[in-house]
Write a protein that binds this ligand. Structure first.
Ligand SMILES: Nc1ncnc2c1ncn2[C@@H]1O[C@H](COP(=O)(O)OP(=O)(O)OP(=O)(O)O)[C@@H](O)[C@H]1O
Ligand SMILES: [Mg+2]
Length: 245
């Protein structure tokens, strides 16, 4: 159940890859505790750039990014764990030459307490990973890789996870499985800020959504309202659903 107070609060963010050339402009966005919030929008809209800004990877020219009330702008990416934040980038999110067990052990180095217990907890949460513990990351299916990346992000018990297109390149079944896991993470009280191209599927497991275009807020609202708005569906969700009135 979502907690009404915003855990992540972005206000009037302007950020980009080069000073003076902002990609994201005047963007505001909030994620409450235990909420799944999806960011959708056309290619090049700036969705991944928003996540990189929160993760401390690019130049912030204006605005604030608060986690639990603390401003994290200017925090080095490797120190964001102290604010209970994990980031799962779209690619290169696991070590392909290491086994599943080695990937989890590396991620567990960020655990504050009892890394072995956290590894065991992740193997329980993702039984398929446990079955493949001695397989190298490069030998996993796309869905298993994403599950491993999510497990590595979850291991240090974050309060919020940023995920960039976890279903990219996956089959419809694997996409559904990954998004089911995302929903279950939120049910346990962890907030998720999700970027997805697979907009309908993502909205189906989200509480709220933001639509971005040209690096700016276009629209936001409950995921259900956005899914059911015919004008939004026409412009941003690839037309009406088959069989919809
Ligand atoms: N490393 C970079 N250096 C300079 N510009 C970049 C860089 N990465 C992205 N951009 C530019 O920033 C803009 C937004 O890109 P971004 O990757 O955030 O879009 P997106 O909404 O995630 O798109 P997609 O749906 O294709 O993933 C684009 O114009 C892109 O060319
Ligand atoms: Mg992107």
């Amino acid at each position: 159940m979502a907690d009404a107070a915003p855990f992540l609060e972005i206000t009037n963010l302007t950020a980009g890859y080069k000073r003076g050339l902002p990609i994201v402009q005047d963007l505001s966005l909030q994620v409450a505790g235990g909420e799944v919030v999806t960011v959708i929008g056309p290619n090049g809209a700036g969705k991944s750039t928003v996540l990189k800004a929160i993760a401390g990877l690019i130049v912030i020219e204006g605005g604030t990014i608060r986690l639990s009330g603390s401003d994290i702008v200017c925090t080095a990416p490797d120190r964001l764990g102290q604010f209970d934040l994990s980031y799962v980038p779209q690619t290169a999110n696991i070590f392909t030459t290491l086994t599943v067990a080695q990937n989890l052990a590396l991620a567990a180095r960020r655990c504050r307490t009892a890394p072995q217990e956290r590894i065991a907890a992740m193997q329980e949460l993702f039984p398929d990973l446990s079955d493949h513990r001695n397989i190298r990351g490069g030998g996993l299916s796309g869905g298993q890789r994403q599950m491993l990346a999510i497990a590595m992000a979850m291991i240090a018990e974050p309060r919020i996870i940023l995920m960039d297109e976890p279903t990219a390149g996956l089959s419809p079944k694997a996409s559904q499985d990954v998004l089911k896991v995302v929903r279950s993470i939120a049910e346990d009280g962890v907030s998720v800020l999700l970027v997805e191209q697979n907009a309908r599927l993502a909205l189906g497991i989200s509480d709220r959504a933001y639509i971005l275009a040209d690096g700016r807020n276009q629209l936001d609202g409950s995921a259900r309202d956005i899914l059911n708005d015919p004008a939004v569906a026409e412009i941003y969700l690839g037309g009406r659903r088959k069989g919809a009135a």
